[in-house]
Design a binder for this molecule. Structure first.
Ligand SMILES: O=C(O)CCC(=O)C(=O)O
Ligand SMILES: [Fe+2]
Length: 329
C-alpha cells in the first residue's frame, strides 16, 4: 500500500534528467521513478531532458506544423475532423472549449493517430481515435515526417510508462499490453496572437486536465502554458529548449486513486507572435478497464472512482468539450 498524502504547493516545475530511464541498471531506473513519483503526487507536471528524441526531429516537426497552418483555409477545411469517424484531421479555430462552458479556445489544430489496419474491428466500428486519419493533399512529405515524429514519441511514451509503473510499485511492463493498439494522438496546435484591439485577452486553451495516461508536449519559445498548483495559483511552464513537458492524465489519476494528480493547465497567448505546440497523448487501448490499483486502495482509502473503460471515458470528454461540433459531418 502506498500511503496517501495531500499535495504540497509547487512553485516551479522540476526538470528531470531522463537518461537513466534507459539504463540497464535497475537502481538507476528506480532513481528516475522516484523523482517522477514525488512530482506526480504533487503538481503532476514536469520537464524531461535527455529523452533521446533528436532536437532536429522536433524542430522539423514544428516547421511542418507552421507549413500546415499556413495552408489556405479551404485546404484545411477539406480535412475537417468532422469528416473523420474517429475525429482525426483539422480542428478549425474555435471548435473546442477545453474549459467546458467557457468561450471557445483561440486556437486551431490538426491531429492524427496510430496507424492501424483499415479492417481492424476498432476501425470498422468507427471508434473514437482509431484510423480514418486525414492528411492534406497539398503537403507532400508532411505525413511521412509526422509519422517519424509520432514513432519517436510513441516509443518515448512506452519508456515513460515503464518508469511510471515502477514508480507505482508495479512491474515495469505493466502498461505494455494496453499500449499495443492504443489511442495515441499527436496533436499540433496553432495559437494566433490576440486580435488587434481586443479588450480582454482570450484564452488559447481553457483550463483543463488531460484525459489520458500521459502527455508529452513540445512547445516553441513563445511561452503561455500555465499549470495550477495545490494553492490554486497559476505557475508558468516556461519553454525549455530540448525538453518535453510531461503531465499525468485523468486515467492515471483514476487508476492510482488520486495518488497521482492530473492537474489543470491552460494556455494564454498574449503576445504579438503566433505560438505553436505539439502535444502527444498516450491514452492506451479503448477496451481496457481502469480500476483502482491494488497498491492504491485499502479499507482506510477505498476506491474513489467506479471502474470505466478508457474508450468510454474519452468519449465523454470529447462530448463535453467539443459539444455537437464533434459529430461527424
Ligand atoms: O499548447 C499547449 O502548450 C498545451 C496544449 C494542451 O494543454 C492540450 O492540448 O491538452
Ligand atoms: Fe492539455
Amino acid at each position: 500500500m502506498i500511503p496517501y498524502t495531500p499535495p504540497a504547493t509547487a512553485r516551479t516545475l522540476p526538470v528531470i534528467d531522463f537518461a537513466d530511464a534507459f539504463s540497464p541498471e535497475k537502481a538507476r531506473r528506480e532513481a528516475v521513478a522516484w523523482e517522477i513519483h514525488k512530482i506526480s503526487r504533487d503538481v503532476g507536471f514536469f520537464y524531461i531532458v535527455n529523452h533521446g528524441v533528436p532536437q532536429a526531429l522536433v524542430d522539423s516537426q514544428f516547421d511542418w506544423a507552421r507549413r500546415f497552418f499556413a495552408l489556405p483555409q479551404a485546404g484545411k477545411s477539406a480535412i475537417d475532423m468532422r469528416r473523420s469517424p474517429s475525429g482525426y484531421g483539422y480542428e478549425r479555430m474555435g471548435a473546442q472549449a477545453l474549459d467546458e462552458g467557457s468561450p471557445a479556445d483561440l486556437k486551431e489544430g490538426f491531429q492524427f493517430g496510430f496507424d492501424i489496419a483499415p479492417d481492424h474491428p476498432y476501425v470498422q466500428r468507427g471508434l473514437l481515435r482509431y484510423g480514418h486519419n486525414l492528411w492534406p493533399a497539398e503537403l507532400p512529405g508532411f505525413e511521412a515526417h509526422s509519422r517519424r515524429y509520432y514513432d519517436a514519441l510513441r516509443a518515448l511514451s512506452h519508456r515513460l510508462l515503464s518508469v511510471i509503473a515502477l514508480s507505482l510499485q508495479l512491474e515495469e511492463d505493466f502498461f505494455e499490453p494496453i499500449l499495443q493498439t492504443p489511442i495515441a494522438t499527436q496533436r499540433m496546435l496553432h495559437y494566433p496572437p490576440q486580435p488587434q484591439g481586443a479588450q480582454d485577452n482570450r484564452i488559447g486553451a481553457g483550463a483543463h486536465t488531460d484525459w489520458g495516461l500521459v502527455t508529452l508536449l513540445a512547445q516553441d519559445d513563445i511561452g503561455g502554458l500555465e499549470v495550477r498548483n495545490a494553492d490554486g495559483e497559476w505557475i508558468r511552464a516556461a519553454p525549455i529548449r530540448g525538453s518535453f513537458v510531461v503531465n499525468i492524465g485523468d486515467l492515471l489519476q483514476r487508476w492510482s486513486n488520486d495518488l497521482y494528480h492530473s492537474n489543470f493547465h491552460r494556455v494564454l497567448n498574449g503576445g504579438t507572435a503566433p505560438r505553436y505546440s505539439l502535444p502527444f497523448f498516450q491514452d492506451g487501448d479503448q477496451a481496457c478497464t481502469v480500476a483502482c490499483l491494488p497498491g492504491c486502495c485499502s479499507a482506510a482509502r477505498p476506491a474513489r472512482y467506479a471502474p470505466c473503460t478508457i474508450g468510454d471515458y474519452l468519449d465523454m470528454k470529447v462530448r463535453e468539450t467539443f459539444g455537437a461540433a464533434s459529430a461527424p459531418a
